[in-house]
Ligand binder design. Structure first.
Ligand SMILES: Nc1nc2c(ncn2[C@@H]2O[C@H](COP(=O)(O)OP(=O)(O)OP(=O)(O)O)[C@@H](O)[C@H]2O)c(=O)[nH]1
Ligand SMILES: [Mg+2]
Length: 308
């Protein structure tokens, strides 16, 4: 391994913020040393990854900020990773309300980073997994990862977090009936945010019913009502997260399941690395001109040339 990567790894393990930021940049952009750094990571860290996901505007950042504030009071060391944030200044602005900005930039207990990997080659989810694992190497107690999405992307991040919090808002009330089965699968905790709204109760009840139906002989997925902007329900949410993480420790089968999901994402990304959607389209356009065009023959040939 390159000497500088060994050194960087040591600094990350020691919790040096500049080294962590550098490590994230290397991995995010697949810079030299990228693979060596990932290969040097250990799997014995104790930090817990909490995924906060949900549709755009559901209040994920506000929730993250409220949770962050809550845990800071307990002297926890926390990293926040925001994926595809609508505004890179989101957290700065949000935290500004709660913590003095100067403190936020110098507080040794908070590391905040956003990842703008829209359209990343090899897929976004593998990048999030890799970056999270780099941050996990540092001595944080908690890593909060905010990702946008309802649907596929949620399913993709299933293996990322030790605890996945799916955040919904009352407007989603009718959609709950049609929520993809995958979303039910990945939610360890549901949050009904903006719960001060009158229709929140309906969503809450629907989710409780769904959680009950899904449960079988395991515990029901908790549903927590929050008003993130007013810190309401945050304590309860933090308690549910703690509770979930504590029971999860005794569930090796779940851990194995999450690891399998993560590994699957990484394999998919590796296999797709040389794929190029535009190129595929161009080649198809040419191939389809021929009378003897066969999609399966084309696919076989394309794969043999691009998947190593
Ligand atoms: N009324 C009300 N507004 C809220 C609540 N929580 C968040 N908001 C507001 O909802 C808007 C979106 O909040 P964000 O925290 O940025 O939502 P987000 O899910 O992170 O949004 P994206 O990252 O853009 O997907 C902001 O104007 C918040 O102030 C809440 O509990 N009640
Ligand atoms: Mg946000």
């Amino acid at each position: 391994m390159q000497h500088n990567i060994i050194q960087l790894h040591e600094q990350i393990k020691a919790g040096d913020f500049r080294a962590i930021a550098r490590g994230v940049t290397i991995v995010e952009n697949s810079l030299p040393g990228y693979e060596a750094l990932l290969l040097s990571l250990h799997e014995t860290r104790h930090s817990r990854v909490i995924g906060i996901t949900g549709p755009p505007g559901a209040g994920k950042s506000t929730l993250v900020s409220a949770l962050l504030h809550h845990w800071l009071k307990e002297n926890k060391k926390i990293a926040v990773l925001a994926v595809d944030p609508s505004s890179p200044f989101n957290y700065g602005a949000l935290l500004g309300d709660r913590i003095r900005m100067s403190e936020y930039y110098t507080n040794p207990n908070i590391f905040i980073r956003s990842l703008a990997t829209r359209g990343a080659l090899g897929g976004l989810s593998s990048k999030i997994i890799e970056v999270t694992d780099v941050i996990r190497e540092a001595p944080f107690d908690i890593i909060l990862v905010e990702t946008v999405g309802v649907g596929q992307s949620e399913v993709e991040i299933a293996g990322l977090a030790d605890c996945t919090v799916v955040t919904l808002v009352p407007e989603a009330g009718d959609e709950v009936q049609t929520l993809k089965a995958g979303v039910m699968e990945i939610a360890d905790i549901f949050v009904v945010n903006k719960a001060e709204r009158p229709d929140a109760e309906g969503l809450y009840r629907n989710l409780r019913i769904l959680a009950h139906e899904k449960a079988g002989d395991t515990d029901e997925t908790p549903v927590v009502k929050t008003v993130a902007t007013e810190n309401k329900g945050i304590e309860e949410l933090a308690t549910e997260i703690d509770k979930y993480l504590n029971t999860q420790k005794q569930q090796p089968a779940k851990h194995l399941h999450l690891m399998t999901e993560k590994c699957w994402q990484l394999i998919t990304a590796q296999r797709m690395k040389h794929m190029d959607h535009n190129r595929l389209k161009e080649e198809l356009a040419t191939a389809m001109q021929k009378d003897d065009f066969n999609l399966y023959a084309f696919t076989k040939d394309f794969l043999s040339r691009f998947v190593k």
